[in-house]
Design a protein around this ligand. Sequence first.
Ligand code: NGO
Length: 484
Amino acid sequence: MREPTTGLSDVIPAPAEVWPDPAAAFTVNSGTTVRAPAATAAVGEQLAAAMRAATGYEIPVGETAGSIAFTTEQGPAESYTLDIAPNAVTITASDPAGAFAAVQTLRQLLPVGGRGDVTIPGGRIADRPRFRYRGVMLDVARHFFTRDEVKAFIDAVVPFKINHLHLHLTDDQGWRLEIKSWPELTSVSGGTGTGVGGTGAGFYTQDEYADVVAYAAARFITVVPEIDMPGHVNAAQVAYPELTARGVGARARTDATVGYSSLAVGKPETYAFVEDVIREVAALTPGPYLHIGGDEADATPAADYRAFITTVVPLVAKYGKRAIGWHEIAAVDLPGDAIAQFWRTEVANEGVALAAANGNKVIMSPADRVYLDMKYDVENRLGLDWAGYVEVRRAYDWDPAERLPGVGEDALLGVEAALWSETLRSPTDAQVMTFPRLPAIAEVAWSPRSRRDWESFRRRLAAYGPRWSAHGIAFHRSPQIDWP
Ligand code: NGO
């Protein structure tokens, strides 16, 4: 019999309420079965799969009987309770997403692999997210990640109750999503020699993209596609010269400079292009959001920028989506459902505060806390350092509701970590920059503030390290953590 190595109080992100009961451990044995009603059948299967991996037992799933049972009860979105007693484990959730969150908690209470009986520590967890948007962004434009690599990335973030994957699909160095009405975007700017240093070529066909979206959805992750405009468009202008002001094709670029390209805001071709792209991307996207970029449009005159954002945000709504933009869009009068994503390092931002006062929601992504492309320290081979070094404690020890004056708890949709890929060359590079900072940020986004504590987190994180090792996931062995 294998005893648990992870207790109820060791889970990451820390659950809202935990009552351990050492006398009430449950043993998973060869007779263990899972009962999941139709609505949670898929989630029940996911739990059974984790238990099979930990025990080698059959763990059948059915609708009528089971020592591990899923039930439903009214409650806040994604909330769940987990009752672990000697004869039964009961998972009560408000919705399938809550049941899935409970499964992530349970997975951490199981050993990573092995054969034979295992015990799950007894007691009760009552849990719910602080923020409903808990995201991670992956830049597939500066360095392309294949569909399978993105799926592996999804699998690696799922344990931490991340529920949005923002894909940065286009930038100066490459265009990574097939657009049927403008095919040269990918045939020219998705191919060989694109990406920073010319080493990150590739693009998703619409079918491949839809497959990633479905894979994410099965793990309760909503994909948020980003088409960056009106700046960061050099790759589009290489493919289609009519998108430049003078109608002369742009030169392909593989350097990491930002702020030099702009759509020609006055031209009718520009809006034909933008509308086609938004229409196709919206049609491929079941989730509610479409990200329009809007950052660093240094080559777009201010009046043009305002005109462009004012036109494009309603276009997104026309195709049934809610626009998200980097916080520069807050300089424009926004419709109430538009969302601003704060990304810089300044201590205050008038535009974002004003947007919040007008009822617009904000996603917090301050670079000096949650940019996964920042170096951990001076030794780091990968990454940038324009926002300073971001060691694990910096990513953990801050509060999103106190980051910007005028942007409190109620204004926040949530928190998103961002992995830009200028310096990345492989999935291993991506992993080492993501872990262990992502769990730190996930806890900021999920756990109640009162449950967050650096000393507790660093102890729990240390215990998590062997799980990454067992799954072959690379992580930064931060000197702030006493890894076993
Ligand atoms: C900025 C810039 C990106 C860079 C990133 C690098 C935003 C929103 N725009 O963040 O183009 O890749 O920094 O850290």
